[in-house]
Write a protein that binds this ligand. Sequence first.
Ligand code: ZN
Length: 499
Amino acid sequence: MTIQIFNSMGRKKEPLQTLVPGKVGLYVCGVTVYDYSHIGHARVMVVFDTIVRHLKARGLEVTYVRNYTDIDDKIINRANELGITIGELTKKYIKAFQEDMGQLGMDDPDMEPRATDHLAEMQTMIEKLIANDLAYESGGDVYYAVDRFKKYGLLSGKNLAELVSGSRVDINEQKQNPFDFVLWKGAKPDEPQWPSPWGPGRPGWHIECSAMSSKYLGESFDIHGGGRDLIFPHHENEIAQSEGASGHDWVKYWLHNGFVNVVSDEGEREKMSKSLGNFFTIRDLLKAYRGEVLRVFILNNHYRSPLDFSFGLLNVARGGLDRLYSALDGAKKILGSLPSSVVVTPQSEADKPLAADVEKFFTAMDDDFNTPKAVAVLFELAKKLNLVLLKPDSADKKLEVAHHVEVMRGLGAILGLAQFDPLDHFQFAPEVNLAKADVNDTQDVDAGLTVEQIEALINKRSEARKDKNFAESDRIRDELAANGITVLDSKEGTTWRRN
Ligand SMILES: [Zn+2]
């Protein structure tokens, strides 16, 4: 078994060979906590959560570090607008982020360091850079001298001389080169500030990630991830800092996920932005869809491809989950309850009837985390399970059903899919129908019947059936159908689902 991963440094697939055999150190740039997270953030987080799950499924011991940027211009500006401290602001949005991640079925990283807890480490690194003649003090700030770092531009493929000649970067008289970037910013009056050898101030954004990743993963580690938009200048600058300070190679593999484009009603691809009115926070979307729908929507696309976002495509993703959970619902009726998820690997399944499917799943994931192919294996398993469900009842059938469920959910766990009870999926009550809503005014949209209203009608219908009042029970069934609810009667009782 070899895992191939696409390394942005060099732009080709390479076999994953970790620095310490059997172990992986992984750092992902986290969020700047000044607002709610959006679908672009959801993509980065789901992608790397899934990568971590697969590496673990392959028996690797992963240390996953994802930071919070809790000091930054945007944070200071927003806190000032609201008249609160930056601590109050970041606490609110860290909590919101963690709630959103929980809804997306995310495992917590092993460490979630915050920038403001690592000022000492950042200052030590800046001192090293000054000592190594790669940084200079100027007017109360400290800057990195990009043209003194030979490898600058290697990750992004940018040539510094061309950048400078074509640049429209603001000329800052404190900088020697317009692409020099700030390591330490001298404090303006009334700004949050920390003491330093260069006077009171705060760190630049790039140094945060260099200092925190080195602290928890060492001066060299295996994988650094993030969105494509961070390649330049953020990741380029991180390399210049970390390698400039330590004097040796830093990160072995760079992984970057693609952009999210919003597809308009006219079918045009647009960049998501608040001004275009096509900006969706994770919590906006969670009012209309279960987190798992967002998750399967993201994983239906390869992480390096651009991700087209539209409500139509989200509805397709939900339809896919309908198929998985319909099959699991059928299995639940045969088995009485769904067995809890067990670990499934090609080794555990060798010589068993679904070995080829498991092999296919792992082969897809080993090939640069090809999640669309892996999700497709789950759909194939659902189809196979449906065929088993059609067989006449027998003890053998029960065993076969149980085995299909075990494999489906065992593989699903690696993607973070198909782990719920089917009813959680089918009975999800959206607060709004975003597809029909004006995105700026989701208040007036009819979200349909609540679970309480539905269950009250179901009970009324059961009473009517008991009294042999079939006209009334049919009327209630029609009323529910008109509200998008299907009633399902079986010998175990009556259940319902949203269409
Ligand atoms: Zn970073």
